[in-house]
Design a protein around this ligand. Structure first.
Ligand code: GLA
Length: 348
């Protein structure tokens, strides 16, 4: 069956039309994205009985997304996803001070990060996708340089490919990720604690009480962070399932490598994540407080309603010379890719 993308109006942002683009390909998955935050609003996947299941949390209206801004539902996070300590860093002797929107840290690009911006869109009929572009101006939230970013969503059978690209006119840190909240039950289970997870990582980044990396890595073996073998997220009454940590991926070579498997036995839906990025930040949705309007089907999104698996560079890399580089220089091209592949298996 032919590939197609439909376009529907989804509201207005500062006088500009926000469209919803729905990308379909044959019997595969169907993905919808909007100009606001280059956000993924739905991923519809057939479950093991063939019924459609929407596996990401989201809202029926633009207002729903705007009002829930500090939770980043489905959005693209940048210019620097995750945290920068003390909202400051230096490059070549120049000190830069960023917005401190998370205590004294800068989180997901500041008060008005990429997730809250209007992105221009172009439908790509040949590739079966949509490309969003945005120009982040010099000094936006304190970051140096004018940066041109594109985020391309492509649907290929049962896979969603996300390609990130950026260029700059001054050296600047870049870290871009997608902040979808997944719930593979398709919305009929209120939490993700029953999901089974496997992370291709033997270490996490050690962090302080503000979730800022200390620079050390910690082995996950024999700890509650150990997802080297597939296991249930909420394992017992005393282990609730609260996770907000970065796992250091094995075989991280800049090539597309398998990073995660997430399985929901009842629907038989399995999601496998592949990425070129060096880490997965697994956030278990424990800050969701049930206080959201216009949720899909009027669902209450409370604690653990969905989980995020953010493929990204290490938090606070600009302040850790030992971490993989995140500084993009003029003349260079930032390029990363993440693939979410869905299958449905009869998993025991
Ligand atoms: C990220 C952070 C979390 C939280 C969520 C949004 O994933 O790591 O601490 O701020 O975003 O609620």
């Amino acid at each position: 069956m032919a590939a197609k993308t439909t376009v529907q109006s989804f509201g207005k942002l500062e006088g500009r039309t926000v469209n919803k683009f729905t990308i379909t390909q044959g019997a595969g998955i169907q993905v919808s994205v909007i100009n606001y935050g280059a956000t993924v609003t739905s991923i519809i996947v057939p479950d093991k009985t063939g019924s459609p299941a929407d596996v990401v949390l989201g809202f029926d209206t633009l207002e729903g997304y705007i009002r829930s801004g500090k939770h980043y539902f489905g959005a693209i996070c940048g210019r620097y996803a995750n945290r920068i300590a003390n909202a400051a860093f230096g490059i070549n002797g120049n000190e830069y001070h960023l917005s401190n929107n998370d205590g004294i840290s800068c989180l997901h690009g500041g008060f008005k990060g990429f997730d809250k911006k209007y992105w221009d869109a172009e439908v790509l009929p040949e590739e079966n996708g949509v490309r969003f572009s945005y120009r982040s101006l010099d000094d936006e939230e304190g970051f140096p340089g004018n940066v041109d970013i594109s985020v391309t969503y492509i649907v290929a059978g049962n896979e969603l490919h996300i390609k990130y690209a950026a260029t700059t006119d001054k050296a600047t840190p870049i870290n871009i990720t997608s902040h979808c909240y997944f719930n593979l039950s398709g919305g009929y289970e209120n939490t993700i604690l029953n999901h089974q997870l496997q992370l291709n990582a033997g270490n996490i980044l050690e962090v302080d009480e503000k979730l800022i990396p200390t620079g050390n890595m910690k082995e996950v073996r024999n700890t509650t962070m150990d997802f080297t073998e597939v296991r249930k997220i909420g394992v017992s009454d005393d282990l609730s399932g609260e996770y907000d940590n970065s796992w250091v991926l094995k075989n991280s070579s800049g090539k597309l490598e398998k990073a995660v498997s997430l399985i929901h036995s009842e629907t038989g839906i399995k999601m496998t994540v592949f990425t070129t990025q060096p880490s997965i930040h697994f956030y278990s949705g424990h800050f969701l407080d049930g206080n959201f309007m216009d949720t899909k089907k009027g669902k209450v999104y409370g604690k653990y309603a969905g989980l995020c698996l953010e493929a990204q560079h290490f938090p606070d890399s600009p302040n850790h010379p030992g971490f993989p580089n995140t500084i993009l220089k003029p003349g260079e091209v930032y390029a990363e890719k993440t693939v979410y592949k869905f299958s449905n298996e009869n998993i025991r």
